[in-house]
Design a protein around this ligand. Structure first.
Ligand SMILES: Cc1ncc(COP(=O)(O)O)c(C=O)c1O
Length: 206
């Protein structure tokens, strides 16, 4: 969501004093520029931003994240957190710090994967007559419409059984007729997988 959209939401929230909590775990994965869109905590005095090492920094296993919010709210969060967790793992905290100190190198690597792989996916979809989508501006997945006389779950089960490629059925996300494709895996795996899907699509078109 760009800064202008967040400002518009902040204006509505301000009119009734509401907090706005924004899950910003994908912040940093934009296809354009430095990858970072606006953060609600910067845009709105009652904005609550949460983020983590899991997506932009590729370090989901560290289980480290953060929250930026008004100070009184942070105090309440702190008390709750102290009660149920006490502390983040110290080694995880250290590794997350090392990663963030080397943010430029990690971002360069990850933007390379995000942007090259999406352009591969984009070119592939353009050539597939049964597929269409709105090209993502950010993130690591694409929601792709499949023009086939098959429910998305049946499509995905047949796909994984015949080709070993796994997509998420749109029905799991309440959008029947679509599949969700994660495209930020290893480049060769992506290219090989998409070629297998092409064969599968040709089979079902017959
Ligand atoms: C939109 C979104 N928010 C949050 C998370 C969870 O992040 P974490 O594992 O760092 O808590 C995920 C992970 O799948 C996600 O997709």
């Amino acid at each position: 969501m760009d800064g202008a959209s967040l400002e518009a939401i902040a204006q509505i929230a301000r009119s009734c004093g509401a907090y706005v909590l924004c899950d910003e775990v994908y912040r940093g994965t934009d296809q354009e520029g430095n990858g970072f869109t606006a953060s609600v905590a910067d845009v709105y005095e009652k904005g609550i931003s949460t983020g983590s090492m899991s997506k932009t920094w590729s370090l989901a296993g560290l289980r480290v994240g953060w929250i930026v919010a008004p100070v009184d709210l942070i105090h309440r969060v702190q008390i709750h957190r102290d009660y149920n967790t006490i502390s983040v793992g110290m080694l995880n905290d250290l590794l997350a710090s090392i990663a963030l100190e080397n943010r430029t190198a990690i971002l360069e690597r990850n933007h390379g994967i995000l942007r090259t792989n999406l352009s591969l996916l984009d070119a592939w979809i353009a050539k597939e007559p049964l597929l269409s989508y709105v090209k993502p501006k950010s993130g690591t997945t694409a929601l792709v419409r499949v023009d086939a006389d098959m429910r998305s779950r049946d499509f995905c089960v047949a796909l994984i059984e015949k080709t070993g490629v796994m997509f998420t059925p749109g029905s799991a996300l309440d959008v029947e007729g679509y599949v969700r494709i994660g495209y930020t895996n290893n480049r060769d795996v992506l290219v090989t997988g998409l070629a297998r899907v092409s064969d599968f699509l040709r089979d079902i078109a017959r």
